[in-house]
Design a protein around this ligand. Structure first.
Ligand code: PLP
Length: 422
């Protein structure tokens, strides 16, 4: 393989660059707080007490290790062996808690009293509010006014767990507004507050740090597959929005040249349409949200509403390490459409009694493309990033659309289907 030797494990460099990507592109007032955070992360990440605290929370609060489950009926359907890494079985039903627990424990070790975060669809806000409650810390979740209206149940969940939801009222009153206002608040109270970012994106050290906390997924999977099958997998597959569950699975295997890796993006209505989130498939390198990375070209997708069926994948950038891994040819990135996602989602429900998140169903949809095309002994690990109970309303709407059902919720351009989750 044309991939550079063992260099992969030591990236990024001290300025947070993965090759040409990543770094820290921020206004001067953010430099100090980010430097303090970087120092804190490097001071505590290998600290024995910190590691013991994190291991304990992962085990007793979240329920790790998550199973690596051989989905036999689903494997039979596809014609090769599929092992599901069951991140859907974590407390709160997704991989997001791995990162939130790590960062919240770090915040406490750094002496911070309050956690600040932004949220779009609300999933990251809920996970952050939960860890703040668990550690008895104050918590402010910034959420666009428009998103609060769309995501009322998550607003209720966040408030139930004792956090404040602060409406972001600037600009489009969605995620961008929430990011701007949350960062502004952090700069004002960085002495006592910790900013908890939800994926492997943003300025250094977040992409490195979030990878560190999510790589528990791949560490467990590597041990489990060797215990259960006595060998490494042939392929790893994961959906990629910001890219944290994907890198969490991939990281531990990057130096194993025999292991192929595929990140699956959301092609929404199609990569040639104006509604998708296929960053690496269609985008080009640029600076966004404090990092250099591939980014969807301005003007190629609509600025409003949902770009794909899964809110968690609807992000115009991607973690810088993924940009690097794409250019290096180490990971392949594919994009699947909403239309492919629904039948894949239904297959897993019907064949295994597992309702996957629509985000995770993008990875499943990619496997459907391989159906009958691989050797039956092929061993694939698919990261089942979350459970789909949250997605029932969206499923009902989209299923109706695909059937041309009049009650199914419109044409996807206007009406209730538009922006329901994103
Ligand atoms: C948030 C979310 C994602 C997307 O985030 P990544 O950082 O790309 O992992 C994927 N799956 C689920 C279930 C999510 O909640």
């Amino acid at each position: 393989m044309a991939f550079p030797e063992k260099k992969i494990d030591i990236i990024p460099d001290e300025n947070g660059f993965f090759g040409p990507y990543g770094g820290r592109f921020v206004p001067p007032p953010l430099e100090g707080p980010l430097e303090e955070l970087t120092e804190g992360f490097f001071r505590y990440k290998d600290d024995e007490v910190f590691q013991a605290e994190l291991a304990r929370e992962n085990k007793h609060y979240s329920g790790r290790p998550s199973p690596l489950y051989h989905a036999e009926r689903y494997s039979e359907h596809l014609g090769f062996r599929v092992l599901l890494k069951r991140e859907d079985l974590n407390h709160l039903g997704a991989h997001k808690l791995n990162n939130c627990l790590g960062q919240a424990l770090l915040a406490r070790r750094m002496g911070k009293k309050k956690i600040i975060a932004e949220t779009g669809a609300g999933q990251h806000g809920v996970a952050t509010a939960a860890v703040a409650a668990r550690l008895g810390m104050a918590c402010d979740i910034y959420m666009g006014e428009e998103d609060m209206r769309r995501q009322q149940p998550n607003v209720t969940r966040i408030r139930l767990m004792g956090a404040q939801v602060i409406p972001a009222t600037s600009g489009d009153r969605t995620l961008t507004a929430a990011v701007d206002e949350a960062i502004g608040a952090w700069v004002g109270e960085a002495d006592t507050a910790y900013y908890l970012l939800g994926s492997v994106v943003g300025p250094h050290p977040y992409p490195l740090m979030v990878r560190h906390f999510q790589s528990v997924i791949g560490r467990e999977a590597r041990r489990q597959v060797q215990e259960q099958f006595g060998r490494l997998p042939d392929q790893l597959v994961a959906c990629a929005g910001g890219g944290s569950n994907a890198i969490g699975l991939f990281h531990e295997f990057l130096e194993d040249e025999s292991v192929e890796m595929v990140g699956v993006e959301a092609a929404g209505s199609g990569v040639d349409s104006d509604r998708h989130a296929a960053t690496l498939t269609t985008g080009e390198p640029s600076v966004i949200h404090g990092m250099k990375t591939y980014c969807i070209k301005e003007g190629t997708v609509t600025s409003e509403g949902s770009h794909c069926i899964a809110a968690g994948l609807d992000y115009p950038g991607i973690g810088p390490e993924h940009s690097y891994l794409k250019d290096a040819g180490r990971v392949r990135y594919e994009a699947v459409t909403d239309r492919e996602v629904i039948p894949a989602f239904e297959s897993l429900c019907r064949l295994e009694g597992i309702i996957p998140a629509l985000e995770s169903s993008h990875a499943l949809a990619y496997l459907e493309r391989l159906r009958g095309k691989l050797d039956p002994d092929t061993l694939v690990i698919l990261n089942l990033s979350g459970r789909g109970d949250k997605d029932m309303d969206e499923f009902i709407l989209r299923r109706g659309e695909q059937n041309g059902d009049e009650n199914g919720g419109g044409d996807g351009q206007t009406g209730p289907a538009n922006g329901l989750f994103c």
